[in-house]
Design a protein around this ligand. Structure first.
Ligand SMILES: C[S@@+](CC[C@H](N)C(=O)[O-])C[C@H]1O[C@@H](n2cnc3c(N)ncnc32)[C@H](O)[C@@H]1O
Length: 245
């Protein structure tokens, strides 16, 4: 026992736009956003399916932009954002982030290469998501993650990670699987939080789903605020944090 309290993890239920509008700004060191991707699909969840559908791309971007603006306000002057998306809207979202944060605040376009999934006879198989990294100001925290080196010369050593992150998606038998659709792997969130949020800092996840970011943060000496509009997500995320080591 060190006698020093661990940074707090808080989970709020509601539309993140309303929750963030009800709070003072400038509290978050890092915001990780994994919003609906506008897949046009119905996600199957244990307590009721939910839809990821908008009438068109314009309506989806309007929804997202209002919430990205609220996140921008929630960030500290040296805070940063990681916005997780895929091929459907990434190109639109990058232009929107250029407008909200400024094109000069673009830091990285990360590729999360996840491996699993089907193939197609008509195109290259889609095996990655996109994570757009912008800083709110000129100064921001970054501690390059280290990953195992692959060359024969550096066998057994580590090297600085590149903008292509190779982490397998969660398989059906994985112990960390909580049964929430679109759940992301803990290893991905641990890498991102370590790299982009200083120790003792606060991570905001306004679309927290099953609480992967919060579970990662709980083990990393950072605080967190998670928000989700679905009560099922909030219950799963709360249970997950209570069970965290
Ligand atoms: C892609 S999932 C997030 C998955 C999460 N990263 C995980 O690992 O479990 C998107 C989440 O956004 C939530 N959501 C959708 N609209 C929202 C809103 N306006 N405010 C807060 N959460 C919202 C959905 O309920 C869903 O849980």
């Amino acid at each position: 026992m060190s006698g020093v309290a661990a940074p707090a993890i808080e989970i709020d239920h509601g539309d993140c736009l309303d929750v963030l509008r009800g709070r003072a700004g400038g509290f978050a060191d890092l915001a990780y956003l994994d919003p609906p991707f506008n897949t046009g699909r119905r996600h199957r969840a244990a307590r009721g399916d939910y839809e990821d559908c908008w009438p068109d791309m314009g309506a989806y971007l309007e929804f997202l932009r209002a919430r990205v603006e609220a996140v921008h306000r929630a960030l500290k002057p040296d805070g940063s954002i990681l916005l997780h998306c895929d091929w459907r809207a990434c190109h639109h979202i990058r232009l929107m982030l250029d407008e909200v944060f400024g094109a000069e605040r673009f830091v990285n376009h990360l590729v999360w290469s996840y491996g699993l999934g089907g193939s197609s006879p008509r195109r290259f198989a889609r095996k990655h998501d996109d994570i757009l990294f912008y800083a709110r100001g000129a100064a921001y925290y970054f501690e390059p993650p280290r990953v195992p080196a692959t060359s024969a010369r550096m066998r057994g050593q580590t090297k600085k990670a590149t903008d292509v992150i190779d982490i397998p998606t969660i398989n059906n038998m994985a112990a960390e699987r909580v049964g929430y659709p679109t759940q992301k792997p803990l290893a991905l969130l641990e890498l991102l939080v370590r790299a982009c949020c200083p120790p003792g800092g606060v991570v905001l996840d306004p679309f927290c789903g099953s609480g992967t970011t919060l579970a990662a943060t709980a083990t990393l000496d950072r605080g967190a605020l998670g928000i989700d509009v679905r009560s099922e997500a909030v219950e799963i995320a709360r249970a997950r944090i209570e069970e965290s080591p």
